[in-house]
Design a protein around this ligand. Structure first.
Ligand SMILES: [Zn+2]
Length: 598
């Protein structure tokens, strides 16, 4: 140290002891990142060169020279070598517990399989677990039922009876609308020729009237109810696996969009062990089905909040219970047609060769909340300072929910609420501007806006061309001024946030998806890259009431951030899907690091 620098330092120290603020400004940082493409997601989407972290918070964002001024002897300096540093991902709608538990199950990984491949994959799981008793169910998950090869091939109990096992087998489709059983499974489920279809479900039968073991929608419960609930250890393993998957993806905060006390107990245990590596938010279901009133349902939510909520956000990740989950309808996809639509689903009144698609008898079910019940529930939630996260898939569910929120906004309690509408697969164009006007955040799963078995073919037929042209209204809602947030809905799809962001930009499937899924979904534009990143950072932070502390890289905010192996903004669009996270930091602490970081 030269004597001049020494005296300058001494002078600073003297000033610092007189003025505490000066001390904190010049205290060396714990970590400095330099030579980077620091994408801040601030109000102007500024790009900087360097960033400094102290005590888990961002204390500087600027250039290398400014970072150098905050570098002391003990400061860890990370040379980004031009790599992109950005805010950690915030997943505004996922199901971590079922996602995590599926990582531990026998999984078909959402792959398109031939029947022999399907069989050999399941046989491998059986062979790995030879000690299980003959009555123990083998649960197989993430079956891409619509993607079986060749196109249109059907499975039945016989497909699974060919396996070498005495155990009952249940294969669950990734869409969640069907399961396939083997013959032992059918027997244990008590399904015979005479068993009637349950309400809202279907037992698929062969030409002779015998059950094929394929159960759809509500009929799935006949087998699912026989599976033992997860044990405490299994729940812990599931949340632990979920967090590991999130770290690798770069997720630093998430909303469990439909939780239960078992899940929150598991996350509480991990928190106690210092293993909670993401800021965890939980939405408790409000269901008026079983005699509950809006008042009693909200009281139950508050009881769970009291038990599991850990108070305001801290530097170290913690748990918050500040959201309610409501379902207004089901899904618009076949064969469920449980999405509540303004106009009927079309049915084929012609023949297979000469189809004639005309309005059918059904526009989906009545919304699961009446307008009165929804208004009362939203008001109760607003009074309890709980934000509603509402499942709406069809355009009638969307409209009725916006109507209730319009009422809510006109009341004193409703001014400060942050309603989020999840999914929004079809929205009537007249309702696009209402999201901005009523300050309602659409929480969208960008990866759905691609040609896929559930978005091409049948969907176009039963929606008709006009409605089909509006499916997955992402950029159009954005252009209508909506604050779009992202939610993966994992495990409906694999947890692959970078693929989802790619689809948000391109509206194309993966290159290996097959010829029939080439090209873009419809004529709608994709979203700009900056908007896609804002959706999974700042805007998702807003829905979690965490935007003052996370979602962007700005001085004073928590150091939740990720380093990428390539630059999101300069690589070709399709390459966005290949982005790998090299480092994930939560509250200044590195929770994940890939080999390529050094
Ligand atoms: Zn969901």
């Amino acid at each position: 140290m030269t004597s001049r620098a020494y005296f300058a330092g001494l002078a600073l120290l003297t000033m610092a002891s007189a003025h505490g603020a000066a001390l904190s400004a010049e205290t060396p940082a714990d970590t400095v990142y330099r030579n980077g493409y620091v994408y801040t997601v601030d109000a102007n989407d500024s790009v900087r060169q360097a960033l400094a972290v102290r005590a888990g918070r961002i204390v500087y964002v600027g250039d290398n020279a400014g970072a150098r001024a905050r570098t002391g002897k003990a400061t860890k300096v990370i040379d980004l070598k031009g790599r992109m540093l950005m805010p950690g991902l915030i997943d505004g709608h996922m199901h971590p517990q079922s996602g995590g538990s599926r990582l531990l199950n026998c999984s078909l990984n959402y792959e398109a399989l031939t029947v022999p491949q399907f069989q050999s994959r399941i046989q491998a799981c059986l062979d790995k677990d030879k000690k299980s008793s003959p009555d123990r169910w083998l649960v197989v998950v993430n079956w891409f039922q619509q993607g079986m090869l060749p196109d249109g091939v059907q499975t039945s109990a016989a497909t699974l009876d060919a396996l070498k096992t005495d155990r009952p087998v249940i294969v669950r489709s990734s869409f969640g609308h069907s399961v396939q059983l083997n013959s032992k499974g059918i027997k244990l489920a008590g399904i015979t020729r005479d068993t009637k279809d349950p309400a809202g479900g279907k037992i698929t039968r062969d030409a002779g009237g015998d059950a094929t073991g394929l159960l759809e929608d509500a009929a799935q419960d006949m087998a699912m109810n026989l599976l033992p609930p997860l044990t405490v250890a299994e729940n812990l393993a599931a949340s632990s696996a979920a967090l590991a998957a999130m770290r690798k993806q770069g997720i630093t905060s998430f909303l469990d969009a439909y939780t239960d006390p078992e899940t929150m107990t598991a996350f509480t245990d991990l928190h106690k062990q210092g293993k909670l590596t993401a800021r965890a938010h939980f939405a408790v279901l409000i269901d008026l089905d079983k005699g509950a009133t809006p008042q009693s349902a909200v009281a139950e939510l508050l009881k769970q909040q009291k038990q599991f909520d850990q108070g305001p956000t801290t530097v170290a990740p913690s748990m918050q219970v500040r959201h309610a989950k409501l379902f207004m309808d089901g899904v618009i996809s076949a064969p469920a047609f449980t999405g509540a639509m303004l106009e009927p689903y079309l049915v084929n009144k012609g023949t297979a060769e000469k189809p004639d698609w005309q309005p059918g008898p059904s526009a989906g079910p009545a919304s699961y909340f009446t307008q009165d019940a929804l208004k009362t529930t939203l008001t109760e939630l607003a009074n309890a300072r709980i934000d509603p996260h509402i499942h709406v898939d069809g355009d009638r569910a969307v409209r009725e929910t916006l109507d209730a929120i319009e009422y809510l906004r006109s009341t004193p309690a409703g001014k400060d609420v942050r309603p989020a509408l999840a999914h929004d697969e079809i929205v009537a164009p007249a309702d696009y501007p209402r999201f901005a006007r009523l300050d309602v955040t659409p929480v969208l799963s960008f990866q759905w806006a691609k040609p896929a078995p559930d978005t091409v073919g049948a969907l176009r037929d039963y929606m008709g061309p006009a409605r089909y042209a509006t499916v997955e209204p992402q950029a159009v809602l954005l252009n209508a001024g909506a604050r779009i947030a992202y939610g993966s809905d994992w495990p409906v799809d694999p947890l692959d946030e970078w693929f989802a962001l790619k689809v948000g930009v391109t509206r194309t499937a993966a290159p290996d998806a097959g010829k029939e899924y080439a090209g873009r979904l419809g004529a709608q534009p994709g979203m700009p890259r900056a908007a896609v990143l804002r959706a999974i950072t700042m805007n998702a932070a807003y829905t979690l009431r965490q935007e003052a502390l996370t979602g962007s890289l700005e001085v004073g905010k928590l150091a939740d951030m990720i380093v990428l192996d390539r630059n999101f903004f300069t690589i070709p669009e399709e390459d966005i899907a290949n982005i790998k996270v090299l480092q994930t930091v939560v509250g200044g602490k590195i929770v994940y690091q890939a080999g390529g970081m050094r």
